[in-house]
Design a protein around this ligand. Structure first.
Ligand code: NAD
Ligand code: UDP
Length: 315
């Protein structure tokens, strides 16, 4: 198949392009390089079945493909809050443009949605039936509400135009090719530990997250995209093993052997207190569950950043 991956030069997108190429597909990576980097896809450039197009998904796109994975959107709070209007446009106009493309082509389309649609949840763990508790006017809203609106558009195209859709709600995922400066907790802690800098815990570090290693997540993407027509989602994809942020910092210090110490900074506005996916639906319908435990995934991530930090220019 010829497959379009928007946001293909980003952290998750680059792993997805790699996976699809390894399965023999022809891959078109579309990215505006806002948070994505050429370094993430440099190793794919010599593959004759890989093509890159610099394009912003808030503008229409006319290409011919069989499947579309829509990943374009900055994912770290630092990046999506940098230009919040563009973040909402990327989610909403981007979804409209990619859904329009899918409609013209009759192509199946996958949306990279997020656990952020649950906001600061009152239900624990979060299952797909929970509608969430999201602040519509806060600093995270450009991302949360943009992604919620994108889901609405996907389901309206499904009902109104009979489009083949797959919506994944992705929980915190980490691994090689995360941006070293994107402010997400795993990359921050690993880079700080490797540099021997203080580890910045926001709040008291008692808030929780459940961390999924990238290879597990990409397996879930591919299974969902190729699942039977009736499974539209939303489907939670993530690792249910929940840790406090303080526990994460302690694991990183131990695995790096770092002399870093923990320091405490103010908790950002609207920072969710607890997050853990209920993945019963993915287990049942996709026969999917994560296989890589935190220590194993962190070890691989640490060796990636260790190599990266030896290169002076981190762009
Ligand atoms: P990322 O920032 O590394 O990748 C996003 C990619 O989209 C980048 O390459 C960026 O340049 C590109 N992009 C941004 N705006 C664009 C635009 N207007 N036009 C074209 N390209 C654009 O982030 P990621 O972690 O790889 O996330 C990928 C997707 O998965 C995002 O949609 C994100 O919301 C979703 N997601 C990720 C996580 C996670 O933990 N990594 C969790 C939930 C959801
Ligand atoms: N966090 C932290 N120190 C950091 C970066 C993040 O304590 O240097 C916390 C952050 O406040 C949040 C959690 O780690 O509670 C996860 O943050 P991230 O930005 O990775 O993802 P999200 O909040 O979107 O889940």
């Amino acid at each position: 198949m010829r497959i379009l991956v928007t946001g293909g030069a980003g952290f998750l997108g680059s792993h997805l392009c790699e996976r699809l190429l390894s399965e023999g597909h022809d891959v078109l990576c579309v990215d505006n390089f806002f948070t994505g980097r050429k370094r993430n896809i440099a190793h794919l450039m010599s593959n004759p079945y890989f093509e890159v197009m610099r394009h912003d998904v808030t503008f229409p796109l006319y290409v011919e493909v069989d499947q579309i994975y829509n990943l374009a959107c900055p994912a770290s709070p630092v990046h999506y809050q940098h230009d919040p209007v563009q973040t909402t446009k990327t989610s909403v106009h981007g979804a409209i443009n990619m859904l329009g493309l899918a409609k013209r082509l009759g192509a199946r389309i996958f949306q990279a949605s997020t656990s952020e649609v649950y906001g600061d949840p009152e239900v624990h763990p979060q299952s797909e039936g929970y509608w969430g508790k999201v602040n519509p006017i806060g600093i995270r809203s450009c991302y949360d509400e943009g992604k919620r609106c994108a889901e609405t558009l996907f389901f309206d195209y499904y009902r109104q135009h009979n489009l083949s859709i797959k919506v994944a709600r992705i929980f915190n995922t980490y691994g090689p090719r995360m941006h070293p400066n994107d402010g997400r907790v795993v990359s921050n802690f690993v880079v700080q530990a490797l540099r021997g800098e203080n580890i910045t815990i926001y709040g008291e570090g008692q808030q929780t997250r459940s961390f999924c290693y990238v290879d597990d997540l990409i397996e879930g993407f591919v299974r969902l995209m190729n699942a039977p027509e009736d499974l539209t989602g939303p489907v939670n994809l993530g690792n249910p093993n929940e840790f406090t942020i303080r526990e994460l910092a302690e694991r990183v210090i131990e695995l790096t052997g770092s002399s870093s110490t923990l320091i405490f900074k103010p908790l950002p506005e609207d920072d969710p207190k607890q997050r853990q996916p209920d993945i019963s639906l993915a287990k049942d319908r996709l026969k999917w569950s994560p296989t890589i435990e935190l220590d194993e995934g962190l070890t691989k991530t640490i060796s990636y950043f260790d190599e990266l930090l030896k290169i002076a220019d981190l762009d």
